[in-house]
Design a protein around this ligand. Structure first.
Ligand SMILES: *[C@@H]1O[C@H](CO)[C@@H](O)[C@H](O)[C@H]1NC(C)=O
Ligand SMILES: *[C@@H]1O[C@H](CO)[C@@H](O)[C@H](O)[C@H]1NC(C)=O
Ligand SMILES: *[C@@H]1O[C@H](CO)[C@@H](O)[C@H](O)[C@H]1NC(C)=O
Ligand SMILES: *[C@@H]1O[C@H](CO)[C@@H](O)[C@H](O)[C@H]1NC(C)=O
Length: 360
């Protein structure tokens, strides 16, 4: 078979295949997947009768829109089968405790390992976002959430938070093909083929649930894959085009005897890749500050509370030797205590010395 014909066949196989969250799994403090997986709203398993990609793909803007280059303000976040709570038989919700680390896994479908298949796409294969809320709305729109909700919970309408943002290419995943990216990764990240993934290695986005997500209730996640065609990248769309895919899911937040805290996170290096989170993503969770609940003290208010002290002090006051303090700044911060879901208030007092200008 000629190389050109082979490429055509490969292209034909992948051209209509897109990505969604296949599974959610709790990650143990050592970075290993544990427990039973959970699934998106309205999930149709790949093994189910009647499955085809369109049962799970949610393309925005939809192909039916008159001008397919831009997202309309009315376009909904979720696919119609995922518009509200909807678990299908054999695809239950994930059970996870507040503060748990959770892996969202998706298949790359060649979007990572065969980048030549789609012209004009960003190098990172697009950016993926996970938004979280305890107050999901049935008719939530993409534009009410995407690019609006922030880590502090102060963005947009303030009803949710941005939990995670990363490259679609998690720098490890692959599907088996003869392209250079796939063959390199097959050698670098070997694993035993299993029933779920076959010989492929699925991509993942590892997130952490807020440590104060209310127990006994579902917590909603919106996964958004933002994969635009850049201006000049594809002659069909000279000015570029928006292309976004979403998956909407809920997690049952449950009581856990050994609730997870960042302080207990320690990634076991060299573990079986069939059940391993991604070390760098997991360590990023360990090092990131807790996501804020929507509607709580914002980092903006925190920053303005802290800035008078920190902008006035040019030296740590404890190391300044001369003089009595002339003024005192009291900084009050609200934060979550690691092992509880309570918000605690801490007060710190800073003394400012008049001599700071002469210290070197
Ligand atoms: C990580 O911890 C889980 C749960 O305690 C355990 O089942 C698993 O074997 C551990 N993984 C490794 C690589 O030690
Ligand atoms: C729930 O999901 C299934 C599978 O996608 C779909 O057939 C059904 O219509 C959905 N139900 C609702 C109320 O959206
Ligand atoms: C689609 O909308 C964009 C943004 O408003 C505009 O620049 C472009 O010309 C429109 N394309 C068509 C074919 O109407
Ligand atoms: C996270 O913090 C630990 C300890 O400070 C550090 O060793 C590690 O490199 C950090 N990881 C990342 C991904 O920044």
């Amino acid at each position: 078979m000629t190389h050109a014909l082979l490429s055509l066949l490969v292209l034909g196989t992948y051209v209509n295949a897109h990505s969604w969250i296949e599974q959610l799994t709790v990650i143990a403090p050592n970075g290993t997947f544990i427990g039973e997986p959970g699934y998106a709203r309205g999930n149709v398993l790949r093994t189910a009768p009647g499955f085809s990609d369109p049962t799970m793909v949610n393309l925005i803007p939809p192909n039916t829109q008159q001008n397919v280059t831009v997202v309309m303000p009315t376009t909904k976040m979720c696919k119609d089968t995922q518009d509200t709570y909807n678990q299908t038989k054999g695809s239950p919700r994930l059970q996870a405790s507040a503060g748990a680390a959770v892996a969202l896994r998706y298949q790359e479908n060649g979007h990572v390992t065969l980048p030549q298949n789609q012209p004009g796409k960003p190098k990172n294969r697009g950016t993926i976002y996970v938004y979280g809320t305890t107050q999901p709305k049935k008719d939530e729109t993409l534009l009410n959430v995407h690019g609006k909700w922030n880590r502090e919970g102060t963005g947009g309408d303030g009803s949710g938070v941005l939990l995670s943002k990363q490259n679609f290419d998690d720098s490890r995943c692959y599907q088996i093909n003869s392209g250079e990216i796939s063959t390199t990764r097959q050698k670098e990240y070997p694993h035993q083929a299993n029933q779920l993934m076959g010989a492929d290695l699925w991509c993942q986005q590892d997130i952490q649930l807020p440590s104060n997500a209310p127990t006994g209730k579902p917590y909603t996640l919106y996964w958004v894959w933002d994969w635009p065609t850049l201006p000049g990248g594809d002659p069909t769309y000279p000015d570029g085009k928006q292309e976004i895919y979403t998956t909407c899911m809920d997690i049952d937040v449950v009581e856990s005897p050994n609730s997870q805290t960042k302080s207990s996170f320690k990634y076991a290096v060299g573990q079986d890749l069939n059940s391993a989170s991604i070390q760098s993503e997991f360590e990023d969770l360990e090092n990131a500050s807790d996501p804020q609940p929507a509607g709580s003290a914002s980092s903006a208010s925190l920053a303005s509370a802290v800035s008078p002290a920190s902008s006035t002090l040019s030296k740590d006051p404890t190391s300044a030797s001369a003089g009595a303090p002339t003024s005192t700044y009291t900084v009050t911060m609200t934060e979550t205590a690691a092992a509880t879901t309570e918000w605690v208030t801490k007060t710190q007092v800073y003394y400012v010395c008049p001599q700071t200008a002469t210290l070197s």
